[in-house]
Design a protein around this ligand. Structure first.
Ligand SMILES: Cc1cc2nc3c(=O)[nH]c(=O)nc-3n(C[C@H](O)[C@H](O)[C@H](O)COP(=O)(O)OP(=O)(O)OC[C@H]3O[C@@H](n4cnc5c(N)ncnc54)[C@H](O)[C@@H]3O)c2cc1C
Length: 399
């Protein structure tokens, strides 16, 4: 029998973990493993709010694939997937290249969910890649610089963060930390700068414990964030946002963090999806395809109460580990020893700017302030160690 071809799409948390685990688990020539991704680097999506606000260089959130992937065991192709054919067992890239597989792992991440809000796609910025966050950082700086030549344009100094969920809160925390530095640099009165955090749901951080939500909101309010909760954005224009209340906030900077859906390529390829995510079976396989696994934000899994797990890096990594384990069993002809995926949630921690955070660990213990920020760093350390050893930890982690 010829060597099975394993094709992994996307070098995010799910895809990279699958690739790194397979290079550890499989012997030479047991399988031909290929990782395809848009860029020749992996990025730490969970850190992107920091380079977006300009509080961390974007390069720190970037890990070149040749630093973590053993090219003797995994082929890396830089390319953009445009179509997946489950029937023909073939993936097509934008440049026309066709790749065949015996086993496929889809880990293409997410696209912004705009909930049909008019003008959002065209006029808002999103925190979703290294290039996108560099653009956000440069835009913010450009707004401060532009205000100096047009001091009547206070809309240049008004920043709207759409969505006060996890990403929106983390970004707002970084932004308000950066503003004093920008005001000094551009000689601008800090009281002229406005940061709005706008949320459609009746609370910020939906799904979080009330004490944690209160802590985050009080801290960010004290640093200048103005919350508008229970206030859906109706329209986004080149000049700002119009809220469902009729109020208009004039701003040249709208950052949309209000939600994600699975990568559009998956739906466009004909897979059955809910909000772009494939409802996978217990082994993370797409319905109807025993050889197509889906990990990360493209996959939809449910808890015992039948509620979907929110898409997180934590779950993506665990899914990647599970899929690699099961691929090893399949490659070795041990199909019956495949293990179902069972998430092992360690908690959720959000950063609120340098040295600040909040969250919950071991599903019950609440953490606030520096202890939460340090605990969050701890989980970053574990991930970096897993994919790149101690060298990668030393290179990326700053206390
Ligand atoms: C600012 C921010 C903070 C967050 N904080 C946390 C946190 O603290 N904890 C947590 O658990 N989760 C957090 N999340 C969520 C978490 O980042 C995601 O759930 C996680 O990144 C999903 O992993 P993934 O492997 O599915 O996709 P991603 O990590 O998004 O990676 C997808 C990969 O696919 C590539 N790709 C995309 N399209 C194509 C294509 N067509 N062809 C080829 N390659 C493609 C991309 O370039 C990327 O490399 C945060 C998210 C954001 C934005």
């Amino acid at each position: 029998m010829s060597t099975p071809k394993i094709l992994i799409l996307g070098a995010g948390y799910g895809g990279v973990t699958t690739a790194c685990e397979l290079q550890k688990k499989l012997n030479h020539n047991e399988a031909e493993v290929t990782l395809v991704s848009k860029h020749d680097y992996h990025y730490l999506t969970t850190w992107l709010h920091e380079p977006a606000a300009g509080t961390m260089p974007a390069s720190r959130a970037q890990i070149f694939l040749n630093e973590i992937i053993d090219k003797n065991k995994v082929n890396v192709i830089k390319g953009t997937v445009s179509n997946i054919s489950g029937e023909q067992q073939k993936v097509t890239l934008e440049d026309g290249t066709e790749l065949e597989y015996d086993y496929l792992v889809i880990g293409l991440g997410s696209d912004p969910e705009t909930f049909g809000i008019e003008g959002l796609k065209e006029n808002a910025l999103t925190i979703r890649s290294i290039n996108a966050v560099q653009k956000i950082k440069e835009h913010i700086e450009y707004m401060f610089a532009s205000y100096n030549s047009e001091p009547e344009r206070t809309d240049y100094l008004t920043f709207v963060v759409g969505g006060a969920g996890f990403t929106g809160i983390e970004f707002s925390g970084e932004l308000v930390n950066r503003i004093p530095e920008l005001c000094r640099e551009y000689n601008i009165d800090p009281s002229l700068v406005k940061v709005y955090s706008i949320e459609a749901a009746p609370t910020a951080l939906p799904g979080f414990d009330k004490d944690l939500v209160d802590y985050a909101m009080n801290l960010l309010s004290s640093k200048g964030v103005e919350f508008k909760i229970n206030t859906p954005i109706k329209q986004c224009t080149p000049d700002g946002v119009i809220l469902a209340t009729g109020e208009e906030i004039k701003s040249k900077t709208v950052i949309w963090t209000g939600g994600v859906r699975g990568n559009a390529v998956v739906e466009q390829s004909g897979f059955e999806v809910m909000r772009g995510r494939v409802k996978v079976d217990e082994f993370m396989r797409a319905p109807g395809y025993e050889n197509v696994f889906v990990v990360g934000d493209c996959a939809l899994i449910f808890n015992a109460e039948g509620r979907p797990y929110p898409p997180t890096a934590q779950i993506s990594i665990q899914e990647g580990e599970n899929v690699a384990r099961n691929l090893k069993a399949l490659v070795r002809g041990e199909k019956l020893t495949m293990a179902p995926f069972v998430p092992n949630l360690q908690g959720t921690l959000a950063s609120l700017g340098k040295g600040e955070g909040m969250g919950i660990i071991f599903n019950k213990k609440k953490l606030f302030g520096l202890s939460a920020a340090l605990m969050k760093k701890g989980s970053d350390v574990r991930y970096l160690y897993k994919i790149g050893g101690i060298g990668m930890v030393m290179k990326k982690i700053r206390l």
